[in-house]
Ligand binder design. Structure first.
Ligand code: NAP
Ligand code: MG
Length: 502
């Protein structure tokens, strides 16, 4: 990556799109019929990268490579210590390449460069954590089955895993899944979102440099409707780990039925910020502004609904408005901007549609609402609506943009009812100084992740995942490696087996 690292250090745009082929069986793969697709930076409107749009044939080649690599044991039968060594080297190489990976991530996703650097650095930490788990993952034993019987529970790698990732945190989300699958001993085919495939491809090359055997990680690029769908359907794939929208997650779940593959789904959210009357409103205002503006609201755990006690609603909304007034939105390569670009025209139009509908449905625009598409650059000012009806699209649908909907409550039960009154259950934040109230609400709120007096924070120790239509299964923490295992229970007869026919 040496020319590339010079370019990344300069933070200039490339003269022409940087091409990266697919990665199958330890080698670059261009495929026979795959075409190059140029990605324009959504923050700059010019072509910056190019990746291949694969055919179903390319996917078959990748699955076959992963299958061979799993079945011959070149990775699955190594010791945990050997696997951990490779994962730690991978983490080291990620740290050595933070600038380049962050630069590519910003070019493709439109997020501010400082944020990309933070994400890639944090991702390296996840690889380090998962390396430890390669030596920790274990089964169980039962020595209580009587004098002649010993029970063993083995945890074995599930096999070939397909990982499909979205465009909002391409490198980070991949790092919340891939090192855990590898720690468990699985082999993998990754299908990144076509808009943001390059850092995944670069990572695959780094893994080879770290000593990962050929065929253990393969990357196929292209359209979700073609290669993603084929991966979810594939009869030689044992598990599909999908991160993306609830709508596509439902299709993946159906596709997985063909061979009853194991399914992990991390889907959408419509996450409440629940603010009680006794909360520290300054703390809450800053965090709520961050929770809706971070990654331009294109974040599965965005706090997109403010459920606030009526007595402090006006005061809190004013403080949030004041914080957002200081947020700078613009060129993601300019480190002084807090918010970068919206990922693409389709997403930009979708968010604008919600802002227009909000105004039509009688919600009151507090701030923002400003949308700019200069050439093919897309920016949206963080937007806040009050008087949002709980049943309206603004309150119910995942917008995936910097749009906050405010809904007041009068009683504790009403707060919980509003918080839980959506089909999603991904994350929630609770703001209060009352310990009892906090504990009572964190029991009642239906969400896989709850933050008390904080938001969007955490590390790889803690599991992530969703209740209700936000998903199935958990990633990271010890649960993250167990997710990629299959359990085998073994009865070992110690004495003589009693005869059926004596
Ligand atoms: P998406 O449209 O569902 O796409 C996600 C991935 O699935 C992409 O790689 C996409 O490929 C692929 N895909 C599309 N159709 C497919 C199919 N029929 N079969 C298999 N794969 C298919 O989601 P997105 O727009 O990229 O991301 C936004 C969504 O992801 C939001 O709903 C967000 O909440 C969710 N998300 C959830 C989490 C979580 O941890 N719960 C984290 C991040 C994001 P192409 O796009 O390349 O065609
Ligand atoms: Mg999409």
């Amino acid at each position: 990556m040496s020319d590339l690292s010079k370019l990344a250090a300069s933070l200039h745009l490339p003269d022409e799109p940087l091409r990266t082929p697919m990665f199958i069986d330890g080698k670059d793969h261009t495929g026979s019929s795959a075409e190059w697709v140029t990605r324009k930076s959504p923050g700059h409107g010019v072509g910056v990268t190019a990746t291949l749009r694969a055919s179903a044939g390319d996917l078959d080649a990748a699955v076959a490579a992963a299958r061979r690599a799993f079945d011959d044991g070149r990775w699955s039968r190594l010791s945990g210590e050997q696997r951990a060594t490779v994962l730690l080297k991978a983490a080291r190489l990620i740290r050595d390449n933070v600038e380049t990976l962050a630069y590519l991530e910003t070019l493709e996703s439109g997020k501010p460069i400082g944020q990309s650097r933070g994400e890639v650095t944090a991702a390296a930490g996840i690889w380090e954590y998962a390396a430890g788990l390669a030596r920790v993952v274990h089964g169980d034993s039962h020595d209580t089955l009587g004098p002649d019987m010993l029970g063993l529970v083995l945890r074995q790698p599930v096999g070939v895993v397909g990982i499909v990732t979205p465009w909002n945190f391409p490198f980070f989300i991949l790092s919340e899944r891939l090192p855990f699958a590898l720690a468990a001993g699985c082999t993998v085919v990754v299908k990144p979102a076509e808009l943001t495939s390059t850092t995944t491809l670069k990572l695959a090359a780094l893994l080879t440099e770290a000593g990962l055997p050929d065929g253990v990680v393969n990357v196929v690029t292209g359209l979700g409707s073609v290669v993603g769908q084929a991966l979810a359907e594939h009869m030689d794939v044992d598990m599909i780990s999908f991160t993306g929208s609830t709508q596509v997650g439902r299709a993946v779940l159906a596709a997985a039925g063909g061979n009853m593959k194991k399914v992990g789904l991390e889907l959408g959210g419509k996450n409440p910020q629940i603010v009680f009357a006794d909360a520290d409103l300054d703390d809450a205002a800053d965090a709520i502004a961050f929770g809706i503006a971070f990654n331009a609201g294109q974040c599965c755990v965005s706090g997109s609904r403010l459920v606030v006690h009526r007595s402090v609603e006006a005061e809190l909304v004013e403080r949030i408005r004041a914080v957002l007034a200081r947020v700078r939105t613009g060129d993601p390569l300019d480190a002084s901007n807090h918010v970068g670009a919206i990922v693409e025209a389709r997403q930009f139009d979708k968010i604008r549609g919600f802002i227009d509908a909000g105004t039509r449905d009688g919600a009151q625009l507090v701030c923002g609402g400003d949308t700019r598409s200069e050439g093919e650059r897309f920016f949206i000012q963080p937007t806040v609506f009050r008087n949002v009806q709980p049943g309206s699209a603004l309150a119910q649908d995942e917008i995936f943009g910097p749009v906050l909907s405010v809904m007041p409550f009068d009683s504790f039960d009403e707060a919980i009812g509003l918080a839980n009154g959506v089909p999603y259950g991904l994350a929630a934040s609770i703001w209060t100084r009352d310990l009892q109230g906090a504990f009572k609400s964190l029991r009642d709120v239906q969400a896989g992740r709850i933050w008390v007096n904080c938001t969007i924070t955490g590390g790889p120790e803690m599991p992530i995942g969703g209740f209700k239509q936000s998903g199935i299964g958990r990633e990271t923490g010890r649960y993250g490696v167990e997710e990629y295992t299959e359990i085998k229970s073994v009865h070992v007869q110690l004495g003589k087996r009693p005869r059926w026919i004596a």
